[in-house]
Design a protein around this ligand. Structure first.
Ligand code: EPU
Length: 339
């Protein structure tokens, strides 16, 4: 395995932003991963695990340690009655996996179609879209415990998944995801209750869509709402949605009657930050130097060409301040900063 020096990370991110990693390597198997981790330990430099770079913002100064790009490959299927266990190496492309499972007629991952990234990154931030979260299909996450130098099989419970969160996100230097085992179904139930999906099928006059139609619908919806990564850099939603108390939500809907709110239970309400940014702060489709927000989705910051991470952070701060001023809510980035 070659460990390169001073490798620009820009091209390894979907934002197309960022300086060089002090060291960089590509790992295709466990031995190479151990070699890279040992290098980091011996040289007392931090490591950073890179997938397809679709949820990160790399600093203009780069990363002062070793960036380890995961390219381990392999997919195995184990059928057992109506369920199928699929074990997938972390370097596999996420949407290629979703496409393959849908083609085989296995239910579970369809609502997570067309999300950029690798399989190894999917449990880290518990990817979610259109009323589905990957945690609901994950059985086990197979990892290297960097602290204890051992391989572990972590059950779903141990991973402590919640909205865009897990033990991997909370403690990023502890575990490296090697592969993930998903449980899928041969006779599953489709979920197309999400507003955009419902509207799509009503418009298309499809009463009972099938598995492939749900995937196709999501691809079409995502293509309309999110920027094409070939045209401009982006890392998807830049901020997380917020969960507030029912009292706070009542206060806000009294002030702003059109505000969209999703009650989770009697006490908690989820509020789409995109709606606030767009309708209360006028942040949809804005441009500031080389950065802006997407014309169809205010939550998405885009690189209009040659943007720096400093520019992104400056715009993000304006968005944080704007939301706070209007609602008193402090929004948090969903994108991970690599510094
Ligand atoms: N909205 C606006 N203005 C906008 C965008 C949206 O008013 O500019 C309104 C919409 O009309 C809708 C609501 O805000 O009523 C929510 O918008 P949307 O359905 O687009 O979803 P979101 O909450 O902004 C989340 C995820 C996305 C995921 C979509 C679809 C987060 C942070 N984001 O976005 O995930 O694709 O739902 O399920 O949870 C990502 O994580 O990178 C990502 C793109």
């Amino acid at each position: 395995m070659i460990i390169e020096k001073k490798k620009s990370l820009k091209e390894y991110t979907t934002f197309k932003i960022g300086g060089p990693a002090r060291f960089f390597c590509i790992v295709t198997n466990k031995d190479e991963l151990i070699e890279a981790i040992n290098f980091s330990k011996k040289s007392k430099l931090p490591f950073f695990i890179l997938g397809k770079g679709s949820n990160i913002l790399v600093s203009d100064d780069g990363f002062p340690g070793i960036a380890i790009k995961m390219e381990m490959k392999g997919i195995t299927y184990m059928e057992d009655g109506n369920t199928v266990k699929v074990t997938v190496a972390s370097g596999e492309d996420w949407d290629t996996l979703v496409k393959e499972t849908v083609e085989k007629g296995f239910y579970g991952l369809e609502n997570l179609s067309y999300i950029p990234g690798t399989v190894g990154a999917s449990p880290v931030q518990n990817i979610g879209a259109y009323g589905s979260e990957v945690k609901d299909m994950i059985e086990t996450v197979h990892v290297l415990d960097v602290l204890k130098d051992e391989y572990l099989d972590l059950s779903n419970e141990v991973c402590k998944f919640s909205y865009r969160n897990s033990i991997f996100k909370k403690d990023p230097r502890r575990y490296v995801v090697l592969s993930v085992t998903f449980i899928l179904n041969k006779k599953g139930k489709l979920n197309y209750e999400y507003k955009d999906l419902k509207e799509y099928f009503t418009y298309k006059k499809i009463k009972e869509p099938n598995l492939e139609q749900v995937r196709d619908a999501i691809i079409e919806i995502r293509k309309k709402k999110l920027p094409d990564l070939r045209d401009c850099g982006s890392a998807g939603s830049f901020f997380k949605n917020v969960i507030v108390s029912a009292t706070k939500a009542k206060e806000l809907t009294t002030k702003y009657p059109e505000m969209i709110v999703h009650p989770l239970n009697d006490k908690k309400v989820k509020i789409p930050v995109a709606w606030i940014l767009d309708n209360l702060c006028g942040f949809r489709g804005v441009k500031k130097g080389n950065v802006g927000t997407y014309k169809n989705q205010a939550l998405v910051i885009i690189n209009l060409g040659n943007a720096t991470s400093a520019e992104v952070i400056a715009l993000a701060q304006k968005m944080v301040d704007g939301v706070y001023e209007k609602t008193g809510i402090e929004i948090e980035p969903e994108v991970e900063y690599v510094i």
